[in-house]
Design a protein around this ligand. Structure first.
Ligand code: NAD
Length: 366
């Protein structure tokens, strides 16, 4: 799709993105800046997982005219006044809400941060958006959308069979997933009660370049490259459905441009793997790309399971495929090889993070 023409056709010129300095938000911001002439306002509190430098480097590669389309608003969504100010001052045609605390293990240690950012933060941006939307003229009202980015983890855990769909009940297990579930429920209520035009997407596990190395795939790669033990939670049989991050960005853009207001869409990679299988695949690929004296899989160690560890996630993406025409472009083989090579080439990025955040690299399990 020609993204610039698609946005122009809908008269979308300015967007407000929350959490645009994080992993997925960063891919979204970089894609929009390179493929369109939209003005992008990125509201982000710049927490430990943010990578604003990746956006700055991208801006340099785009040249000054395009770079001037980007504006960073360093704001915490927990701050109601600053959140309102950001929405009014950026006066966006669309809002895409990525910002959230996103790490399950961290949510078990410090759940208060998850309640503050994911629940209160979403409440504040919804209220600011509702207020702003009410005061828009008819033309701007007709095109306005609040797109909430969510996760499949809100649906809880599956048994050996079945898949989550838009009709699945909410049964979250962790402080992270329950805070995301609460934010989804708020978004749906603001749609039904206040007629705020919302779109909600629930996506499976993402992977790809620039993912903060507290998460399973980058941490496994980093530990293997350093000959450190790779601690897998429990028996390693927990199943996740993996999607390459650029395919998630395509799905979000598809839902924004073709989705129906008031609807939710489930997005999945259709690639189910147990954690054990995934870590073994990474080790085998590294044996070829980055051989060491012993096989990397010798580093695998099983540790006590994480409390509330969901057994299996899988997504039925038929709705977004059939109704909106989205399809992932990367098969897992291609995506994971690209990702591993990226982390090897950018090992200094993880090393600089590991110096500042030693605790992530001492985690008990993956
Ligand atoms: P991330 O942790 O890499 O980035 C989150 C960004 O949000 C950070 O830059 C952070 O500073 C910002 N943020 C957090 N709290 C904020 C607040 N109170 N105010 C302003 N900014 C704040 O997360 P991610 O992996 O990029 O995930 C982005 C979104 O996608 C989240 O909503 C997450 O629930 C959802 N999601 C993630 C995955 C995945 O596999 N990573 C899968 C499905 C859905």
């Amino acid at each position: 799709m020609d993204l610039n023409s698609a946005f122009l056709k809908k008269e979308i010129k300015k967007i407000l993105v929350t959490g645009g300095s994080g992993f997925i938000g960063g891919h979204f911001v970089r894609r929009v800046l390179s493929s369109t002439n939209l003005k992008v306002y990125n509201l982000d509190k710049l927490n430990y997982a943010s990578n604003e430098q990746s956006i700055e480097r991208h801006l340099q590669s785009l040249g000054s005219e395009k770079a001037s389309n980007y504006n960073l608003l360093k704001v915490d969504l927990y701050d109601k006044k600053d959140t309102y100010k950001s929405v009014y001052e950026s006066s966006p045609d669309l809002i895409i809400h990525f910002a959230a605390e996103s790490h399950v293990d961290k949510s078990i240690d410090t759940p208060d941060e998850f309640v503050n950012s994911n629940i209160i933060g979403t409440f504040n941006i919804l209220e600011a958006s509702r207020n702003y939307f009410l005061n828009l003229d008819k033309n701007k009202k007709n095109k306005f959308i609040f797109h909430h980015i969510s996760t499949d983890e809100v649906f809880g855990s599956l048994g050996l069979t079945g898949k989550f769909s838009e009709k699945s009940p909410y049964q979250p297990s962790s402080p992270y997933s329950s805070s995301k579930a609460a934010s989804d429920l708020l978004v749906n209520a603001w749609s039904k009660t206040y007629n705020l035009p919302v779109i909600l997407t629930n996506c499976s596990n993402n992977y790809g370049p620039f993912q903060f190395p507290e998460k399973l795939i980058p941490l496994t790669i980093y530990k293997a490259l350093n000959n450190d033990s790779i601690p897998i939670y429990g028996d390693g049989l927990n199943v996740r459905d993996w999607l390459f991050v650029e395919d998630h960005i395509d799905a979000i853009l598809t839902a924004l441009l073709r989705g129906k207001v008031g609807e939710s869409y489930c997005i999945g990679g259709g690639k189910e793997l147990t954690n054990k299988q995934l870590v073994r695949i990474i080790c085998e690929k590294l044996d070829k790309i980055y051989p060491s004296k012993k096989k990397h899989s010798n580093l695998i160690k099983y540790v006590a399971n994480r409390p509330g560890h969901d057994m299996r996630y899988a997504i039925d993406s038929q709705k977004i495929k059939n109704e909106l025409g989205w399809e992932p472009k990367h098969d897992f083989e291609k995506g994971i090889t690209k990702t591993i090579k990226w982390y090897i080439e950018n090992i200094s990025w993880i090393e600089s993070i590991s110096k500042k955040n030693k605790e992530f690299f001492l985690r008990q399990g993956l």
